[in-house]
Design a protein around this ligand. Structure first.
Ligand SMILES: O=C(O)CCC(=O)C(=O)O
Ligand SMILES: [Fe+2]
Length: 323
């Protein structure tokens, strides 16, 4: 049995709870303390609410701006890092697969991109850099892109090209050591491409054009100087199947700008993947539509690299430089 007293007490406590839910307009000290605990400290400086709302709004705006940027960017290789091997697979384009099926032992297990900082030593890169600087001093473009092709002898000269071997008469352009290093580096890259894409070393042939480049911020004088356009190597140079780049100096140290950028779609890029040049860094990729790319304009300094190109088509092979 329940005593009437107990029932009344129960009723009283119920009515007290109700009162708590709907506080009276005149708050007691206890009620005000409870509120402070529940909703955090009350404003302690003038306009604190306005400031905090402003900051919150700014955060939302920054978030929206960041995520609505039409092209997102990720870094495949940073200049400050050293990669034994870093890779990214991409689906082979239909055209590339159709074409490469014709070459036995040369079909990649997967299409994609590879970076390695451990193939070419810094000393080897330095020897090739010195060679490029010395030989390019005999010519050089009047615009921002100079090239030197040791296989054909083509060297930029103002707004044209000269033959560097003819220009040097009977004198050798390369020292025996430079020729040795150039061939050694070419073989190392060929081995690395065969290994990365799981193809046969002997199915690959060096092809045209394979060349040194020096890029600067000088205004272009001819279309050859406009090195920053988006392109697909296989479309620009038909014989290419595998492209590689050997970087001879450093992004953000020797030059500013000039990053290599892969795009997911050449017409409507939404995801870019960047590679920051680093002395001795080798970048290798399949040359089809799966790998559209461009080089950012150099803002300061001179950027040196070698484009080393390979084909699976033996009829498009070129020889190592002789002189
Ligand atoms: O220099 C580079 O990083 C890339 C050059 C290039 O895209 C090319 O030679 O086709
Ligand atoms: Fe290219």
């Amino acid at each position: 049995m329940t005593s009437p007293k107990v029932t009344r007490r129960h009723k009283e406590s119920q009515s007290t709870d109700k009162n708590k839910e709907k506080p009276a307009p005149n708050k007691t000290d206890d009620e005000s303390k409870e509120k402070r605990f529940k909703y955090g400290p009350l404003p302690s400086f003038a306009n604190q609410r306005v400031w905090s709302r402003g900051i919150l709004l700014l955060g939302v705006v920054i978030y929206i701006l960041y995520f609505s940027k039409s092209t997102k960017e990720t870094v495949l290789a940073k200049q400050s890092e050293v990669y034994i091997r870093r890779s990214q697979n991409v689906e082979c384009s239909k055209q590339f697969l159709e074409d490469i099926q014709n070459y036995k032992g040369c079909v990649p297990q997967k299409c994609g991109r590879f970076v390695s900082d451990k193939l070419v030593t810094s000393q080897e890169a330095d020897i090739l850099l010195k060679l490029a600087i010395r030989v390019m001093a005999q010519g050089g473009s009047s615009g921002g892109a100079s090239i030197m092709d040791l296989h054909t002898g083509a060297l930029s000269f103002n707004d044209k090209f000269i033959n560097v071997y003819a220009h040097n008469g009977d004198n050798n352009v390369l020292t025996p050591e430079e020729r040795k290093i150039y061939q050694l580096v070419r073989k190392k890259i060929q081995t690395a491409i065969a290994d990365a894409f799981r193809i046969e070393f002997n199915s690959l042939h060096l092809t045209y054009p394979t060349f040194f480049s020096r890029l600067t911020n000088v205004e272009p004088k001819t279309r050859h100087d406009e090195y920053w356009h988006e392109h697909v190597d296989k479309r620009t140079y038909e014989s290419f199947h595998y492209t590689s780049l050997l970087y001879l100096n450093d992004y953000n140290k020797d030059f500013k700008g000039g990053r290599f950028v892969f795009m997911d779609d050449i017409d409507a890029p939404s995801k870019n993947v960047t590679v920051e040049p680093k002395k001795g860094r080798v970048l290798m990729f399949t040359s089809g539509y799966e790998n559209p790319h461009f080089v950012e304009r150099v803002q300061e300094g001179s950027r040196f690299a070698i484009t080393v190109s390979f084909t699976c088509d033996a009829t498009k092979a070129i020889q190592d430089p002789k002189k």
